[in-house]
Structures are given as C-alpha cells and as structure tokens.
Design a protein around this ligand. Sequence first.
Ligand code: GRF
Length: 204
Amino acid sequence: MAKRLVVLVSGSGTNLQALLDAIATQGTAVYGAEIVAVGADRDGIVGLERAERAGLPTFVRRVRDYATREEWDAALAEATAAYEPDLVVSAGFMKIVGKEFLARFGGRFVNTHPALLPSFPGAHGVRDALAYGAKVTGCTVHFVDDGVDTGPIIAQGVVEVRDEDDEAALHERIKEVERRLLVDVVGRLARHGHRIEGRKVVIP
Ligand code: GRF
C-alpha cells in the first residue's frame, strides 16, 4: 500500500512539484507514496497553486489567526491529522512547529534544509554559509525534533560555492540537488520504512 504524505509549504513549492512529478512519472505503486493533501501557513503562494493544479486538497493555518502559538500548532496538527498521513514533509515550510505537532508526527516529520547541518541552521542557511566563506555547502533532509534544524539526519547533498555566487544563484544550485535528494529520500522511506537509533537514521 502506498504511504500517505501530507506536504507543508510556505513558498514557491518547487520541492512539492518535484514530489508531484516523481509520483506522476513513476506511478504511486512504484514510488511507494501518494500526496493526500498540502498545507501552508499563508495564503496566495505558488506552492498552494501547484497543489490545486494537481487536484489536491489544501489547508491554510495562519499563526496570526490564533490567540497563541500553541493554539496555532494544535490547529495545524489537527488539520494535518485529518488526512491520516504516514509521513509529513516540510518542503520549504518556514515555521517551527510546537509540542502538539511533534507529539503526533515526531519521528515521521521530514524537513529539508538548504545547508549542511549542523552548520548554518535557521531561516538563512544559504546566506549564512556564503557570508561565512564556506567553500562547500548543500542541503540536508532530516527528521524534525524540538530544536531548530537539529533532528537526526537522513541524507545530505553537497554543492560547491563559487566565487561569483550571490545568495540567489547559490540557493538555485542547492535547490536542484535538494529536489532530487528529497524525492529519493521520501520514496525510500515510503518503500522501506526506517528506524532511528540515537542520532542515526537507518533505512533498511
Ligand atoms: C528550500 O531550499 C528549502 O530548503 C528552504 O526553502 C526552499 C523552498 O523552496 N527552506 P520551494 O518552496 O520548495 O521552491
């Protein structure tokens, strides 16, 4: 049985698109997973348009519509849980989830980050690596824990920094690697399952 994915987005959704394309090309049975819904923390983003174009249900839970961050987190968890996902994928979802979300989806909530963790966590991984003068950077697909980009690493991809790079150019090259890595990792998790041993993720 194909695994059920809920994908969370905040922006252009090219990582979501890569998953959609892989599933469409390979077929749900071969890829091992289907996207059952797409969630966001804001309206009017291309990521949601991509979901709608693919005929998928969407939901939006905005922090500012809730009295507290905890209430927002619970609402996001509830909306996600309604689609009974096996895995939740944060594909450029620019919010830190809270206790309730992690209580429900911890250990099966995957994030992609545009730097080689544990270097350059946070919202500006590309800019920070460039400013630091790093010669290589890349992307990290990892499980989310209660820290900021601190959870167990599933896979990483390396990208060389060029002298002439600005943030946009470097991020674009990282995203090419990131999309392939995310598609590969999510498919493997769906088909083979995984276990987390301390900090190590094992996909049998
Ligand atoms: C990715 O690089 C992700 O790691 C970062 O934001 C980007 C999202 O891109 N947090 P997209 O919305 O999937 O195009």
